[in-house]
Write a protein that binds this ligand. Structure first.
Ligand SMILES: CC(C)(COP(=O)(O)OP(=O)(O)OC[C@H]1O[C@@H](n2cnc3c(N)ncnc32)[C@H](O)[C@@H]1OP(=O)(O)O)[C@@H](O)C(=O)NCCC(=O)NCCS
Length: 154
């Protein structure tokens, strides 16, 4: 069987992306995403496809001079095969190509991101507008996610 491949998604992939994310959203480790919302930001995503099925996704959202890794998820059947790391590395390459100097993420999996070179930072370091998303979260304002960031500047 061929190895899984990473590629940019098409509209037809939006339902599968939503399904993967919402499994983890039900476990309260990610924010839920509707198909409509995914379509709005579809160009931010990359996906991993194995045997014709979407098994992983990751989005890179730009916030002026910095970017956020969000909606990272790999189907549990495909964990620990390097797919999550591959998605993050690809998003970081995209960020570099765009001239972004710093990428951050908010996560319950800080050790995973630390292995990829991210470092823990204070959430206060990021502009207030970034937290606009948080106001809609059931955990706001008692968020226990960890903020991490990586510098891409040469
Ligand atoms: C976090 C997640 C994306 C990792 O995906 P994955 O494909 O299993 O990760 P990889 O196989 O690429 O792992 C890369 C490295 O991180 C390690 N790792 C993976 N998950 C880890 C975790 N939860 N905690 C610590 N280390 C982890 C792996 O062992 C591997 O280490 P190695 O390079 O020393 O071998 C996946 O577990 C997931 O989708 N979780 C649910 C959603 C979620 O929590 N998303 C996080 C962002 S909100």
């Amino acid at each position: 069987m061929p190895d899984p491949i990473m590629r940019k998604p098409r509209i037809a992939d939006a339902q599968a992306i939503s399904d993967i994310i919402n499994v983890f959203a039900a476990e309260k480790v990610m924010l839920p995403r509707t198909v409509d919302r995914i379509c709005e930001g579809l160009r931010d995503f990359i996906i991993t496809v194995d045997d014709g099925q979407v098994v992983g996704c990751c989005a890179l959202q730009l916030w002026s001079d910095l970017a956020e890794i969000r909606s990272l998820a790999v189907k549990e059947s495909h964990w620990r095969k390097g797919l999550g790391a591959g998605l993050v590395r690809q998003s970081l390459d995209e960020a570099r190509d765009l001239g972004v100097e710093q990428v951050f993420t908010l996560t319950y999996q800080p050790e995973f991101f630390e292995k990829l070179g991210f470092e823990r930072v204070s959430k206060d370091r990021f502009p207030q507008k970034i937290w606009a998303d948080c106001a809609n979260c059931s955990k706001f304002p008692n968020c226990d996610e960890v903020a991490l960031a990586i510098n891409l500047a040469p």
